[in-house]
Design a protein around this ligand. Structure first.
Ligand code: FES
Length: 883
């Protein structure tokens, strides 16, 4: 790119041709005031406050939209410029209402700040406040458009960043304002309440509800969102030692930039819920009663050691958390392995696709399922399977929609019409649980049409001949029959994929199917055959649903591996840990989360220590899980909030939420992000790592860490890929990959190995249960909804979680919108209201998860994921009764 030189305020400035004057000045530390400009949005030139003067031509120009040119001489604060800026500010102020004194924006109002800097005291114009109706029915956003200065940032953020299109300019002149289609209330529009527009608004025209008029937060601290696996960077606004406001950080190089989702922006009010645990409790005579830390920890230490001594270490289990920090999961599993001598360690990430990474590690020897999300914008085709990112991980959804708007074709595989389908080039509307047949069919067509990368296959893979032989036997008519997708549509899809750089975005929806791992293998094969696994940006993007799902596994909170994902069977690795930990470690694999429940049910497990998980709400068949846990002799629950599992605990230890402690999370890109304490934990609650340190000292064999840094140093020693953590709030990538090479060594052959081709059995139709229920997420809740259901705003917005049924089925069953039905499966039932939908296929129903204590879990059988005897976790056969 050509470089040019010019003079700004007497400084010689050099910049690339095409760069705006605003950017050129900013790069040299010359500040120009702006209102409608944001670095993540296309410049609009709407407010004109960024005026500068061209000294040669005497022209005044908006610097945010004017490209710098060779030899320009620019003045950013000449008397003419200042005079015009003042006049613009005065005109805006004249139109502004006089509610500044009570406006929540307070001193953060950009208009007020700019006016003050320009010395606009007396406006000197006839005030013409542009009063508009206050809109505040929804529980999230208050719109006071009297304060709108028409900068258009909210509209551009909506269109360009979150790509929803809920609002646009309405009317002209003095009446002009941002509005929804037909000027409906926000709650009746397509607005997803992600809050991005609120955080962009320079005045108080948009404000988060419930914090309005509580005053400006006393301080704002940087942190990382504690909900989903995206790991958004945010500012927590604090007043009176409580988090009262959240905003995206808007910082460069963060995964989310200026965006958040409804949970990240609005659901953090759960942190202040009255149900937070604030004091330790022990069960005495059947009742949970408050006690001191001393007594609670002594009871836990004694009972766990007694059970280990009397019944053996296999009778104790530890369920860590995909929500707790890396440091906490590290010492949690170390306590289990080095003091209680058991590998019965798992974490809640089991439910959300932990096996993804295991399988990909096994096949590649490295983290080929993680990449920066920004690379999605460099792909040639994006293939989305087993995921509805707009609901489960909305920021991933924004990337996909932006990619589609940029012209990158999306192929969406989903039995349901999701929001992403409207952005897709091809929607493969498959029958539930038929993904494997679809991928096999596409692979066979690609192979037939020579859509493979022969050079890559020869250089980097083995086993292709066998795979090819399998592909030549794929019966496309059978695939079409099972998937419900016409062969002609599969052919068009194969054509689209042919020779392209493909990103495979995969959600845990595939692992919740009976053939989950086989589907992942089939995608892996497809990415190998098309040469996409190692090319920059292309390949696999695995979606982690929970904030530290990746890190808890890296830290060894799993029954089959030590930290750094070292297999327990790896003698050399085990010895290294034994040396550092000064203990013996059993090579025997422990129990996973479901096996813990199964063993408790059989009476062959006596005790469980649960940190930051709520298995009674998150696992299938909650009544069965509760009964199994009730059989245990001793249950410890360490958590931040009252929930179904704390209610049956023998000891409850109050932990600190992410905002109340330091630590680090690893996001779905593999980005390790550390954060610090923002507010103190409530009451006597403590960070989980401190609780474990205190507890182990009571066991006489203490993990004697005096600070988080000491734990981090040990992690860095044993998990070298975490050495990149730079101790600051922003961490570097775990793995700065340039060109990636296959690392896997299999016998004597180097390279990636094709998996053998699997196939599904054709499902038999069950007369007694004529509908297929699809269980899926909804953007208002995360996972089982334990935390989000304590958000007052989320509860107010959508507490019903209606079951969606096709119009056709509704008519046949005599159902109307709002009717209550009972959905019954072989394993349980639930009662919900219904919503009739045009866009759902007859025979299917959709049940949103996390509502009503996550009763959707009643419908499915508790079984281990990804085993062939599992009937799957996200679909089941049901019947419907009108109540
Ligand atoms: Fe340039 Fe508004 S910032 S016109």
């Amino acid at each position: 790119m050509e470089n040019i030189t010019l003079i700004i305020d007497g400084k010689n400035v050099s910049c690339q041709k095409g760069v705006t004057l605003l950017k050129a000045a900013d790069d040299y530390g010359i500040e120009i005031p702006t209102l409608c400009y944001h670095p993540d949005l296309k410049p609009a030139g709407a407010c004109r406050l960024c005026l500068v003067e061209d000294e040669k031509t005497k022209r005044l120009m908006a610097s945010c939209v004017t490209p710098a040119a060779q030899n320009m001489v620019i003045l950013t604060d000449s008397p003419r410029v200042i005079k015009h800026r003042r006049n613009i500010a005065r005109l805006m102020m004249a139109e502004h209402p006089e509610s500044c004194l009570v406006c929540n924006k307070g001193n953060r109002c950009k208009l007020r700040r700019i006016a003050a800097r320009l010395g606009v005291g007396e406006i000197g114009l006839y005030p013409m406040p542009n009063y508009k109706r206050l809109e505040h029915v929804n529980p999230f956003i208050i719109r006071d458009l009297s304060k709108c200065i028409l900068c258009g940032k909210c509209i551009r953020a909506d269109h360009e960043l979150v790509v929803v299109g809920a609002i646009d300019y309405n009317l002209r002149g003095f009446k002009s304002r941002p509005a929804t289609v037909h000027d409906r209330a926000l709650e009746q529009s397509s607005c997803t309440f992600c809050g991005t527009c609120v955080s962009m608004c320079p005045t108080g025209a948009l404000a988060p509800k419930n914090t309005r008029y509580v005053g400006t937060p006393e301080r704002e601290s940087l942190s990382i969102c504690g909900f989903c696996g995206v790991g958004c960077s945010l500012f927590l606004g604090v007043a009176k030692e409580q988090v009262v406001e959240v905003n995206p950080s808007h910082l460069h190089d963060t995964v989310n930039g200026a965006t958040l989702c409804v949970r990240g922006y609005f659901a953090h009010d759960f942190l202040n819920a009255g149900e937070r645990l604030t004091r330790p409790m022990v069960r005495n005579n059947g009742e949970l009663v408050f006690t001191s830390w001393e007594e609670a920890l002594e009871r836990v230490a004694k009972r766990l050691l007694d059970i280990k001594r009397e019944n053996g270490p296999q009778n104790v289990a530890f369920l860590g958390s995909s929500k707790c920090t890396n440091e906490e999961n590290y010492i949690f599993q170390k306590m289990a392995r080095s003091i209680l001598k058991t590998n019965n360690v798992d974490n809640g990430g089991y439910i959300y696709g932990q096996s993804f990474w295991d399988r990909i590690d096994e096949k590649t020897g490295s983290r080929y399922g993680m990449q920066p999300l920004a690379r999605l914008l460099e792909e040639e085709v994006i293939f989305v399977l087993g995921a509805d990112p707009n609901q489960s991980v909305p920021v991933v959804g924004y990337y996909l929609k932006r990619a589609a708007r940029q012209g990158i074709p999306l192929v969406i595989v989903d039995p349901r019409h999701t929001e992403l389908v409207d952005f897709s080039s091809i929607w493969l509307r498959i029958s539930p649980n038929s993904d494997l047949e679809l991928i096999n069919g596409l692979a066979a067509l690609l192979f037939k049409g020579k859509g493979y990368d022969f050079d890559f296959i020869v250089r980097f893979t083995h086993g292709f001949d066998q795979y090819r032989a399998g592909l030549s036997c794929v019966d496309l008519d059978r695939s079409s029959r099972i998937t419900g997708v016409d062969v002609s549509i599969m052919e068009v899809t194969a054509e689209l994929l042919h020779g392209k750089k493909i990103a495979f975005v995969i959600g845990h929806g595939i692992l919740k199917q009976r053939y989950g791992l086989q589907i992942l293998d089939a995608i892996f094969n497809l990415s190998l055959m098309t040469g996409n696994l190692v090319s920059q940006g292309a390949g696999l993007y695995l979606i982690a649903s929970e904030n530290n799902q990746v890190g808890s596994r890296d830290m060894g909170a799993v029954p089959y591996a030590l930290p750094c994902r070292k297999s327990l069977n790896d003698d050399e690795a085990r010895r290294r840990f034994e040396d550092v930990w000064q203990t013996d470690i059993s090579p025997d694999q422990g129990l996973n989360m479901v096996q813990m429940i199964e063993e408790a049910e059989k009476g062959s497990l006596k005790s469980i220590y649960i940190m930051g998980e709520n298995p009674i709400r998150s696992l299938p068949q909650p009544d069965r899980v509760r009964k199994a846990l009730d059989k245990l002799d001793f249950i410890v629950v360490q958590d931040i909030i009252r929930n179904e599992t704390t209610e049956i605990a023998d000891v409850v230890l109050p932990g600190a939420a992410f905002s109340e402690k330091g630590g680090s999370f690893t996001n779905l890109e593999g980005r390790i992000q550390s954060f610090e304490l923002v507010v103190s934990p409530p009451g006597e609650a403590k960070p989980d790592w401190e609780i474990i340190t205190l507890l182990t000292s009571k066991m006489g064999d203490g993990l004697s860490y005096r600070s988080l840094e000491e734990i981090r140093d040990e992690i860095i020693e044993l998990v070298p890929m975490y050495a990149h953590r730079n101790g600051n709030r922003y961490a570097k990538w775990v793995d700065e990959r340039g060109e990636r090479k296959p690392l896997h060594v299999d016998g004597t052959q180097r390279g990636f190995s094709f998996c053998s081709l699997a196939s599904t059995e054709e499902e038999t139709f069950d007369d007694g249960y004529p509908f297929t229920a699809i269980l899926g997420s909804c953007c208002y809740h995360l996972g089982s909804g334990t935390r989000t259901s304590y958000s007052k705003r989320i509860r107010e917005m959508d507490s019903r979680g209606e079951v969606e049924i096709s119009l056709e089925d509704g008519m046949n069953l005599g159902l109307n919108n709002g009717d209550t039905i009972r959905v019954i499966s072989q394993f349980g039932s639930l009662k919900r209201e219904i919503r009739l939908k045009r866009r759902i296929k007859a025979g299917l129903i959709f049940v949103p998860m996390a509502f009503h204590q996550n009763d959707a879990r009643n419908l499915i059988r508790l079984s281990q994921l990804c085993t062939l005897d599992s009937s799957g976790w996200n679909t089941c056969k049901v019947k419907i009764e009108k109540i």
